[in-house]
Ligand binder design. Structure first.
Ligand code: HEC
Ligand code: HEC
Length: 285
């Protein structure tokens, strides 16, 4: 038997063997700080062919991990939000500006809802931009400051702040109009089997969510909750870092964070979560 066929088979067996116990996501509600209601389960967007209901990864985690997200004092990802709140007011670069000089104080609520619509077509650039690309454009073009590393600490902190500002707002990325070809490319990547294991994102996150793989409870691989603080590496992880890890798990060469392929994949995966709340910064294992 060929190696490829065997590994695909062993995934199926591993999933099947562990799948009987504790397979379903929990029935639970997420209300952060007793006030912000988070939609963690809703009808799938019309473009999805094989799934009726979309669910946040939160529903697939253990009780302790879920509890950490109910209260900001228990959520380690909030330290990143606090750090970015300071950065927001810091002048940097040759133009002598801070984010707040153009976007107002955070209490002005000017940033509410922005996270929910990214990735988004940028008319001037003529391409789909992730939130990170929009932020770096402000740094280089508006502030005359250096771009942040795509998955670096400052960028991930700022992205956590943008999620926090939109927490509870339903994800609503546009997939039609000029963004459509990028979305199609992302969809193609999502369903393409890669690596020695010949597995696509869909093989795990569409065909097998709810099942156990090794010790992990497979979710739908949604990104509404990013960035995510992972207990495993004790830091906040950006979306493209997570993609990289999952591609590596199939023993494939991975694209780099910020690459056109990952931007397209992000748009597609985000659109699979249209209707779920922005949830970041979240806590995961
Ligand atoms: C000199 C003014 C200026 C500064 C300073 C600035 N920005 Fe911007 N920012 C803009 C403009 C102008 C836009 C584009 C608005 C548009 O076309 O939608 C923008 C857009 C954005 C967007 C996308 C908004 C959307 O609706 O799509 C984000 C996110 C953002 N900025 C974050 C930041 C952050 C974070 C900082 C600080 C690191 C910052 N900006 C600093 C002027 C500025
Ligand atoms: C071999 C199975 C496997 C494949 C293939 C795979 N993943 Fe994952 N992925 C996992 C596991 C296991 C986790 C951690 C548990 C969970 O949330 O599903 C995970 C988690 C995630 C998460 C975090 C979800 C959350 O709420 O924290 C995202 C996003 C994700 N994967 C996206 C992808 C994408 C995009 C692809 C394709 C490039 C992919 N995965 C391919 C196994 C896989």
């Amino acid at each position: 038997m060929k190696f490829k066929a065997m590994t695909a088979l062993s995934l199926t067996l591993a999933v099947a063997a562990a799948g009987s116990a504790n397979a379903d996501p929990v029935e639970d509600e997420l209300i952060v700080n007793g006030e912000t209601e988070i939609v963690t389960k809703t009808a799938a967007p019309a473009h999805m062919e094989n799934i009726d209901e979309v669910m946040s990864g939160w529903l697939f985690r253990e009780n302790d991990t879920r509890d950490m997200q109910r209260d900001d004092f228990d959520n380690p990802g909030m330290l990143a939000v606090e750090a970015a709140m300071e950065t927001w007011d810091e002048v940097e670069g040759t133009a002598g500006k801070a984010c707040s000089d153009c976007h107002g104080t955070l209490d002005d609520d000017q940033m509410v809802g922005i996270r929910a619509v990214y990735p988004k077509w940028n008319e001037n650039a003529g391409e789909v931009w992730t939130l990170e690309m929009a932020i770096n454009s402000c740094r280089t073009e508006q502030m005359g400051a250096e771009a942040w590393g795509y998955t670096g600490t400052e960028m991930t902190n700022m992205s956590a702040l943008m999620s926090y500002a939109s927490r509870g707002v339903p994800v609503n990325v546009a997939i039609d109009g000029p963004a459509q070809p990028t979305w199609e490319q992302g969809k193609e990547l999502y369903y393409t089997r890669t690596g020695q294991l010949e597995l696509s994102c869909a093989n795990c996150h569409e065909d097998n969510y709810g099942n156990m793989i090794r010790a992990d409870h497979l979710s739908q691989g949604q990104i509404n909750a990013f960035p995510a603080y992972r207990l495993k590496n004790a830091k906040l992880n950006s979306v493209h870092d997570r993609f990289k890890g999952c591609v590596r798990d199939t023993r494939a060469e991975t694209y780099s964070p910020g690459s056109p392929e990952f931007v397209a994949l992000e748009l597609y995966v985000a659109s699979r979560g249209n209707g779920l709340s922005v949830e970041g910064p979240s806590v995961r294992n």
